[in-house]
Design a protein around this ligand. Sequence first.
Ligand SMILES: Nc1ncnc2c1ncn2[C@@H]1O[C@H](COP(=O)(O)OP(=O)(O)OP(=O)(O)O)[C@@H](O)[C@H]1O
Ligand SMILES: [Mg+2]
Length: 258
Amino acid sequence: MTTGPTMPIAQLRDVSKVFDPKGAAVTALSGVSLDIAPAKLTAVMGPSGSGKSTLMHVLAGLDRPTSGTVHLGDEEITKLRDDDLTALRRRRIGFVFQAFNLVPTLTVKENIRLPFELDDRRPKADERAWISTVVHRLGLEDRLKHRPNELSGGQQQRTAIARALATRPDILFADEPTGNLDAKSGREVMAIMSEAVRDFGQSIVLVTHDPIVAAHADRVIFIADGTPATELNDSISAEAIAATMLDIDERADSAVSR
Ligand SMILES: Nc1ncnc2c1ncn2[C@@H]1O[C@H](COP(=O)(O)OP(=O)(O)OP(=O)(O)O)[C@@H](O)[C@H]1O
Ligand SMILES: [Mg+2]
């Protein structure tokens, strides 16, 4: 893959997603064009039902858009056949789901190493060191032999985050990764994600409803009604983010009352 300094790591062009087009026809995304910069933390915010999860699924090749194109680096993933897309996802994309999607029969350690298993290889020495760092920082060391049903919701979530970070994918998508965590665990998750961006040039896109979480980002994109409404790029603070969210809610309310 060729990614120069100005080349986006992910790119959407005029992407729309309509669920059940022949029936109730829900437009989840409408004409979205976005460039995601590499080695940055990008936050996506917006009201419930505005299309954030759909956007992440389409960016990560988990769902196909109804129209428009998606690129990962210089590869147009919307052109790929299903099996090629699966292989690309396995090698180059990490995903933390809103529901954590851990394998119930595997231990925490096995879940975290699963992406390597699926890729038919063992983690190398530097990868094992990184996995240890992630496990330590996310407070999972004494849970490694447990299965997901023996974990709290927050521990399951942290395991899913460790698994997604383990392979240092080209890009990591995380859908509300701190949604079920207490404040301290949430801070640990954001600290390890920020460290991955800073130290490995990890590219991360995360969805959050929390202005304090989004304040860690290099860029905050606000989605409303299936399309980017506005964004913050500098002087990002929890206060500025909260004010922008309020502004979007008010615009939506006045549109409804008109
Ligand atoms: N598989 C599906 N079939 C039909 N409609 C869907 C499907 N998935 C999502 N939708 C609809 O698409 C719209 C966008 O949903 P999406 O899950 O992307 O919202 P969201 O911004 O992630 O919301 P939340 O903050 O609640 O997670 C919603 O109206 C939702 O009901
Ligand atoms: Mg969602």
